[in-house]
Structures are given as C-alpha cells and as structure tokens.
Design a binder for this molecule. Structure first.
Ligand SMILES: Nc1ncnc2c1ncn2[C@@H]1O[C@H](COP(=O)(O)OP(=O)(O)OP(=O)(O)O)[C@@H](O)[C@H]1O
Ligand SMILES: Cc1ncc(C[n+]2csc(CCO)c2C)c(N)n1
Length: 328
C-alpha cells in the first residue's frame, strides 16, 4: 500500500475504500490566503459549530476570538456559559481604558459573545449568567436542560448538533435579498470543541472519548482545542491529509507579530486501542507500517511536521495532536 496517490476527495464511505481522502485543515489559519480559500471550498464544510466547555478562557485570547469569529453556531455546554460570560466581561473591562465612550463600548463587547444555545444538566450554570442570557434584549438564547446523568454536557451538546433541525441549527441563505433557512446535515458540519485540555483528567479523557463516539457523524471534522493544543481522530483505513500552517518550511511566518497557528510539534497517540500498522509522510519521524503504536510500546510524541501536507494511513483509529504556536 502506498500513500497519497489517491485522487478522489472526501467520501462518505468508510472501511477499505482506497480512493477516499479525509482532509483536516487548520482552524486558525487566516482565510485571506488564496490557497486556504481554495482548500476551504474543496472541503465544502457548510458551517462551523463551536462548543464551549467549562474551562477558563484566557484573557484576550486571540485563539478563542478567532475560533468564535470562524463559527456560525455557538453552543455553551452548561458551565461553559459561565466562562463565556466572564470572558465577555473581562474583554469589555480591558477596553474601558481605551475609549471615552465607556458604557457604549462595554455593551458592544458583551454582545460580541452571545451563544445561540446553552445545553446540559444545568447544574453548573450560575443563576446570574442564566438570567443574563435568558433576558437578553436582542438575542434569543435557547437554554435547554437535559437531566440525564449517564452522558456529560459535551455529549449533550454534540447530540443537538448531530440530530437537531431546530431553527438555530439551520443555516441562512441570502436568496436574492430574502433570507431562507436551510437544513444542514451533520455530515457537512465542522465542530470545534474549545476548552478541552487541562483541568480535570476525567473530563479531559471524556472529551477524547467524544472524538471516538462522534467523529464519524461529522465526517471526522470534530476538533478539540485549547490555546495550547489541538487534537482530532484519524479514522482507520482512510487516507488522511493534514494541512497545518507551521511546518519546518514555514516557520518564518512566526516572525511576524501576533501570529498563531497549529504546529510544528505534533504527536500520534494510540488512545483507544493498539494501532497495528501506520504509514505517514511529512513528519520528521515518519512511520512505515512496520511498527505498531500502543501504550506500553511506541507512542509518537514530540514528532515534527516537515511538509505542508502530512499524509497518514492507519489500520486503527488514532489521535493526531499538534501544539499551537503563538508569537506575541
Ligand atoms: N475541570 C474541567 N476540566 C476539563 N473540562 C471540563 C472541566 N469541567 C467541565 N469540563 C467540560 O465542560 C463541560 C461542561 O461542564 P460542567 O461543569 O457544566 O460539567 P458536567 O458535565 O455537569 O460535569 P460535572 O458536573 O461532573 O462537573 C463538561 O461536560 C466537560 O466536557
Ligand atoms: C458508569 C458510570 N460512571 C459515572 C456516571 C456518572 N456520570 C457520567 S456523565 C454524568 C453527568 C455529569 O454532568 C454523570 C453524573 C455514570 N452515569 N455511569
């Protein structure tokens, strides 16, 4: 089996289909790049859903702001709404010193970060945060309780992204000046889960478990993010292409101010099971299919992205993770 000689792009078929390719692209790359735009249209992701978990959002996070701006639907998983509320407040406060129109600015900043929906068992949502979103004068925030104690709040949020055809989960077309709602099937949704690393280890592992449970429903476009790292699931027996901005031949970009992006340090982590055979190209320590990856054996940590496209073909599902490089 060689790698990277397939020509057919993203296919819904799973299994041994030699000709399908799944592409994983940077969430953080700027879209004004012509090449990026081409790739975006190739992937044909109709919308991006952001799920915010209950983990602190660092003050003035350019990464969170970028992900927020790239999303069309934003869902807070229970206590994730508290974090969003705190972030909005701290953003408006940090702007206070910079403007004479203090109150006006504060209001504008707060209104920048209103979720479409808050969902979970709602045991963590603070009463003042609930009432702020519930009574918002301009935004209709859906607050939805699901009391089930066998799934966590991330699962509850993913359930609604996957299965709901509610109005706030439909996309709007501009049809010659008229807005028209259109159902989008979960297969064409890209989902970014923000706040997935750090904090409680059981919650972190549950977020990885969500990749194994839900990725196939979103054509594997399900990504875990924090300000430091990202991760997604490489499916078994499908050619995967990973395009991330920071690789060995592109580190110059980081010399500019305020740049951030995924790479170049990366890892292949056989979390769910032993990965019997894996072939990669574009990494500093490539694998040729002869070495299994497994806990207790070889785990590919501290690897490096060397090429604009990393190609992977694995016999079993495996986690790909990359650092997020920031230059302030
Ligand atoms: N300490 C944490 N570290 C990492 N992720 C977290 C942490 N707390 C919560 N999360 C994530 O945010 C989601 C919403 O958080 P919330 O505190 O509302 O949790 P929950 O699912 O009700 O869990 P629990 O009640 O057991 O804390 C969780 O489902 C989980 O994915
Ligand atoms: C085997 C098993 N382990 C733990 C829980 C508890 N649990 C899992 S998700 C969740 C919701 C948290 O908001 C809770 C309480 C369970 N039900 N079953």
């Amino acid at each position: 089996m060689s790698i990277g000689d397939s020509t057919t792009k993203d296919s819904k078929d799973e299994g041994d289909d030699d000709t399908s390719i799944i592409t994983f692209s940077s969430i953080l790359s700027k879209k004004d790049d012509e090449k990026e735009q081409e790739i975006e249209s190739e992937i044909e992701q109709e919308e991006t859903v952001l799920i915010i978990l209950n983990y602190p959002i660092p003050e003035l996070s350019p990464i969170f702001h970028h992900i927020w701006e790239s999303s069309t639907i934003r869902i807070a998983a229970d206590g994730g709404a508290n974090r969003l509320y705190d972030y909005s407040k701290s953003m408006s406060k940090s702007k206070l010193g910079r403007s004479s129109k203090k109150e006006e600015n504060e209001k504008e900043e707060e209104d920048l970060y209103i979720p479409n929906r808050i969902r979970g068992d709602l045991d963590s949502l603070k009463p003042n945060v609930r009432s702020y979103y519930e009574n918002h004068p301009t935004h209709n925030v859906i607050i939805e309780k699901d009391a089930c104690q066998d799934t966590n709040d991330l699962d509850k949020a993913l359930q609604v992204v996957c299965c709901s055809d509610d109005d706030d989960l439909t996309t709007t077309d501009d049809d010659g000046g008229h807005s028209r709602h259109r159902l989008v099937d979960s297969y064409s949704r890209r989902v970014i889960i923000y706040g997935a690393f750090g904090g409680r280890f059981d919650q972190e592992m549950a977020s990885f478990a969500a990749l194994y449970k839900w990725s196939s429903k979103f054509n594997y476009q399900l990504y875990l993010y924090s300000d430091e790292t990202c991760a997604f699931l490489i499916p078994a027996n499908i050619h995967c292409h990973i395009r991330l901005p920071y690789h060995e031949n592109n580190n110059n970009n980081l010399e500019e101010e305020n740049m951030f992006g995924e790479g170049p340090t990366c890892g292949l982590i056989p979390l769910g099971c032993r990965c019997e055979s894996i072939i990669t190209t574009g990494l500093k320590w490539d694998l040729d299919g002869s070495m299994p990856l497994e806990f207790g054996g070889l785990v590919s940590s501290s690897n490096h992205i060397m090429e604009p496209i990393v190609k992977i073909f694995a016999s079993h599902p495996i986690i790909f993770t990359a650092e997020i490089c920031t230059k302030k």
